[in-house]
Write a protein that binds this ligand. Structure first.
Ligand SMILES: Cc1ncc(COP(=O)(O)O)c(C=O)c1O
Length: 471
């Protein structure tokens, strides 16, 4: 084997594998190797092959053997010899065969998909300023491997933010930066499973990804705790046998209930009694429209609650930035799990987010977006009131989606399917339930739709429902 690779320069390096005990003559082996490189794109169109003398010396063969190989490739049109005396690749790679995919289901024309921030409003200019500042000012050691918890600048910035805005009791030393809530809950579940946890409780209904998927992967049993219009039903906790309880107390996903102060205290009493941990998924806390803010549960019991936050709803899911505030005795294990998972989140993004937070850009962005989302929510509510008064909206005081309960006689799955046929994306609560029973309801995400489109979408849904009723 000689050399490594070539590019458009005359590097004198090229990967050619020779088997001297093979019956195939050496010049044919060289030809085959280069031909394969050109076909695969490893030797791109226009790149220069090393001089025959160099290859011959590298491979320990006579120059004539290499010349013969080059001549054959030139005759086949793979390479051309240029006036400067070097040989260049003359054709592009063979296109890869098109993968056989099932026909994609058409995207709805109007899509009330939930779980989305309006990424068209991402604060690009401010983020760019933060990136620029970070690249100019960050000390060199930040570009090495970091501790599994992440960048210290971001720990400070997030602790300040959470303590100021969410009433948390966050110490920067207890924060672990992760790739969004999805990774955060996975790390927590792994650590708890390794320390003997057997059973995890989640709200019913709740997101089917994240906690449930992580729990199954870690071999934990999953149990559902029913929710009502005020979040998790604390009466059900008396009988709850679990080591971990995952909650969305600031805006239950998907039904939108807000856990009251009394219920929060009851949850913490349950956790103390069982020596269990509560995971607080505070995914939607920043968008609150017409109710007083409710502080994070973590602030009441930092040694019993893991707080989980994410930039997915406030900035963009594509950033993959999330944070955990972890009880002190678990921080080391969670940081070790993060290192084992991926050796840490990308540091430039962490530092940029820290800069973005400390300069007040995050607050500014939220202040700018809150009225935008509120207007969209209001448009949705008034369209529902006008066109579909038999639906009962819930969970409207916060977040980027709401649920509208269906009246008896309107089947959730049938409405979703009929709407999809008309190019309208609405989504049922049913797929997120653990217990088989429960009222039918539709989840409407409104963050990415303009007000006129929202009204048009609900008009279309009213037509769909009218047609179903008249059948
Ligand atoms: C309940 C809930 N929590 C958190 C998230 C955010 O997940 P991530 O931070 O991994 O993007 C989502 C995403 O849709 C969600 O539905």
């Amino acid at each position: 084997m000689a050399g490594k690779r070539t590019n458009s320069q005359l590097t004198g390096e090229l990967l050619v594998e020779l088997r001297r005990d093979d019956a195939v003559p050496l010049h044919r082996q060289i030809e085959a190797s280069i031909r394969a490189g050109i076909r695969s794109g490893r030797l791109p169109l226009g790149s220069a092959l090393p001089p025959t003398r160099t290859i011959a010396a590298d491979l320990g063969v006579s120059r004539g053997v290499v010349v013969e190989a080059y001549q054959q490739l030139a005759a086949e049109g793979y390479v051309t010899s240029r006036a400067g005396g070097y040989t260049q690749v003359a054709i592009g790679p063979e296109p890869a065969p098109a993968p056989v995919r099932p026909a994609p289901s058409p995207r709805p024309r109007i899509d009330f998909g939930y779980g989305r921030a309006d990424v068209s409003s991402f604060p690009r200019a401010a983020w760019l300023r933060s990136i620029r500042r970070v690249l100019t000012e960050a000390p060199n050691e930040r570009f090495g491997y970091l501790d599994g918890r992440g960048a210290p600048e971001l720990h400070e910035a997030i602790a300040d933010y959470l303590n100021r805005v969410r009433g948390a009791a966050a110490d920067p030393r207890d924060i672990v930066i992760c790739n969004g809530y999805g990774q955060g809950i996975t790390l927590i579940v792994q650590v708890l499973a390794a320390s003997g946890a057997r059973r995890i409780a989640v709200e019913d209904p709740s997101s089917g990804d994240d906690a449930r998927v992580a729990a199954r992967a870690a071999g934990l049993d999953v149990v559902g705790v029913p929710v009502d219009q005020d979040g998790v039903r604390v009466g059900a906790l008396d009988r709850l046998d679990a080591d971990v309880l995952v909650l969305t107390p600031s805006h239950q996903w998907p039904t939108g209930g807000v856990l009251s102060a009394e219920s929060r205290a009851a949850v913490l009493r349950w956790a103390a009694r069982r020596d269990a941990l509560v995971v607080e998924d505070d995914y939607d806390a920043e968008y609150r429209y017409d109710r007083a803010p409710v502080g994070a549960i973590q602030g009441l019991a930092p040694d019993r609650v893991v707080y989980a936050g994410t930039a997915s709803k406030t900035l963009a899911p594509g950033l993959r930035i999330g944070w955990l505030v972890v009880p002190r005795h678990l921080v080391g294990d969670v940081a070790a799990a993060k290192v084992a998972a991926d050796r840490g989140s990308p540091v430039i993004d962490q530092l940029a987010f820290a800069d973005f937070l400390t300069r007040g850009e995050f607050d500014r962005h939220l202040r700018r977006m809150r009225p935008v989302y509120r207007r969209r929510r209001d448009a949705l509510l008034s369209a529902l009131r006008e066109r579909l008064p038999e639906l009962e909206p819930a969970g409207v005081a916060a977040g980027l989606h709401l649920v509208a309960w269906l009246p008896p006689g309107l089947d959730e799955a049938a409405v979703v399917t009929a709407a999809a046929r008309r190019g309208l994306g609405v989504y049922g609560v049913g797929p997120y339930r653990i217990a088989a029973e429960g009222a039918g309801g539709l989840i409407f995400g409104y963050a990415t739709l303009g007000e006129r489109t929202i009204a048009e979408g609900i008009g279309l849904l009213a037509d769909v429902v009218g047609e179903m009723r008249s059948r």
